[in-house]
Design a protein around this ligand. Structure first.
Ligand code: ZN
Length: 108
């Protein structure tokens, strides 16, 4: 039986100070990304979706994905889902692939 499923991982982003909170009026936000991925036997295989959000550091008001202005959403995605943040997660799967292809070439 193959154990297959999807999980989410939280990735911390940079602090922002260019937006005003609609609730408390402060301008300090933390940003974050939520990466949803497919896993086989709990080994992450590939990403399914990438969402970003920001949270007011004062009142914890959150704005997620569609609530964000599109240019900000794009900029956050670029800064949070960088290869160096994502690739290490999937290195386990790459290692397994390498072992399998190495094993196959030993047999032949
Ligand atoms: Zn606030």
């Amino acid at each position: 039986m193959i154990i297959l499923g999807s999980k989410s991982k939280f990735i911390d982003g940079d602090l922002l100070s260019s937006l005003e909170c609609p609730v408390c009026g402060r301008t300090s936000y933390g940003s974050f990304g939520i990466l949803r991925y497919l896993h086989i036997y709990w080994v992450p295989v590939f990403p399914l979706s990438q969402n970003v959000g920001i949270e007011c550091l004062h009142c914890q008001k959150q704005l997620v994905d569609k609530q964000l202005p599109p240019p900000l959403k794009l900029a956050l995605k670029k800064s949070i889902f960088r290869k160096k943040n994502i690739l290490p997660m999937f290195s386990g799967f790459l290692l397994v692939l390498g072992l399998i292809s190495g094993g196959v070439s030993l047999i032949n």
